[in-house]
Design a protein around this ligand. Structure first.
Ligand SMILES: C[S@@+](CC[C@H](N)C(=O)[O-])C[C@H]1O[C@@H](n2cnc3c(N)ncnc32)[C@H](O)[C@@H]1O
Length: 334
């Protein structure tokens, strides 16, 4: 059985993707520092991991998935922190250190996911040095920006995926199986113009002011962050979705509303049963949006994108010797 490791695990979309593909994996460890995220991961999976810091970690996985914290790469924060030593972007180097300290052992595949901002000029040096270091460790890197909408999910979420293959093979992003975007109605808990529970209504004046229908943009306006209406797809769901609906608003019978926690779960490619497990672990307060659940999903990776990546890793034989012939010939129906 292949051995997997999630660094900066969150709720580990990678586990969900392997399950969706019907591939048995052995989780050799899950490294995540935040208590709530570890509790959430344990609630979704049959494990009892404890929070642990990436610094000072060592084991030998076949496949390593890591999505180091991305806040410092976001456009808002990078002016402040850039690629300075103290920034969380530098945690990327921890993965390199961990692989280096594995001695002769090397994971066959290393998958890294992050925000598109890592490619911006003033922070790209962190990513470039990661590519350089991985190259020195014997990997061939290839990276691309993938949007969840290309993989069937009506969620405009563009993320950089870097796939490092041990040896000389170049992971060919063009061969990823793209899918038509599904209608957003399949993901909504409450349809357009329906009555929704009060906690989902946008009532804060500063948020309402960002809706063009209420506060039309004037030609003299300097740039102001606006909220968009969700029509065919939502915009990027963030950790703070419960406070600022960056993903967009939906018109409902009472006015304008936020996406619900269940909708956010579905738009990240998780199942309703995952949401129920998390709700049991982190119950909502009556009449309140559940900020913990919004943050857990908002921080994750769209499972469908990882499914497509893993599928190609297997069918393209990038992880030599890891998957048996039967698994390689699988024509996944997911
Ligand atoms: C962008 S999220 C990754 C989410 C994950 N890929 C998923 O599917 O949910 C980055 C994670 O790194 C964790 N983290 C930050 N610093 C850490 C550290 N020093 N050691 C371990 N985990 C850390 C954060 O708590 C956060 O959950």
């Amino acid at each position: 059985m292949i051995q997997t490791l999630s660094l900066f695990g969150g709720i580990a979309a990678d586990d969900k993707a392997w399950k969706r593909l019907g591939i048995d994996t052995k989780k050799i460890d899950y490294v995540e520092i935040q208590q709530n995220r570890v509790r959430a991961y344990n609630a979704l999976n049959p494990f009892k991991f404890r929070p642990q810091d990436i610094h000072g970690w060592n084991l030998k996985p076949d496949i390593l998935v890591h999505g180091s914290p991305c806040q410092d790469n976001s456009r808002a924060n990078r002016q402040r922190l850039g690629d300075t030593k103290g920034s969380r972007s530098q945690l990327l180097n921890e993965t390199v250190r961990i692989i280096r300290e594995m001695g002769e052992w090397r994971p066959k595949i290393v998958v890294w996911e992050n925000v598109k901002g890592v490619l911006d000029r003033n922070v790209i040096s962190v990513f470039n040095s990661y590519l350089h270091d991985m190259g020195k460790l014997g990997y061939t890197n290839s990276f691309d920006v993938l949007d969840a909408r290309e993989f069937g999910v009506p969620h405009a979420r563009e993320r950089v995926f870097c796939i490092s293959v041990l040896g000389d093979d170049v992971f060919d992003f063009c061969k990823l199986k793209r899918k038509p975007m599904r209608p957003i109605s399949e993901f909504l808990e409450y349809g357009y113009h329906c009555v929704v529970p009060d906690q989902y209504l946008i009532t804060i004046p500063s948020m309402l002011n960002k809706i063009a229908e209420i506060n039309p943009v004037k030609p003299t306006d300097t740039y102001k962050r606006r909220l968009d209406e969700i029509i065919d797809y939502c915009y990027t769901i963030t950790e703070r979705q419960d406070r600022c609906p960056n993903a967009g608003y939906i018109k409902c019978a009472q006015g304008y509303r936020y996406l619900t926690e269940l909708e956010v779960c579905r738009l990240l490619g998780y199942e309703d049963s995952d949401y129920k497990k998390l709700l049991k672990e982190f119950p909502s307060k009556p009449g309140k949006r559940n900020s913990v659940i919004y943050a857990l999903f908002g921080n994750s990776i769209v499972v469908d994108v990882l499914v497509a990546i893993f599928e190609l890793i297997i069918s393209g034989n990038y992880a030599k010797g890891l998957f048996d012939e039967k698994e390689q010939q699988l024509r996944f129906v997911v």
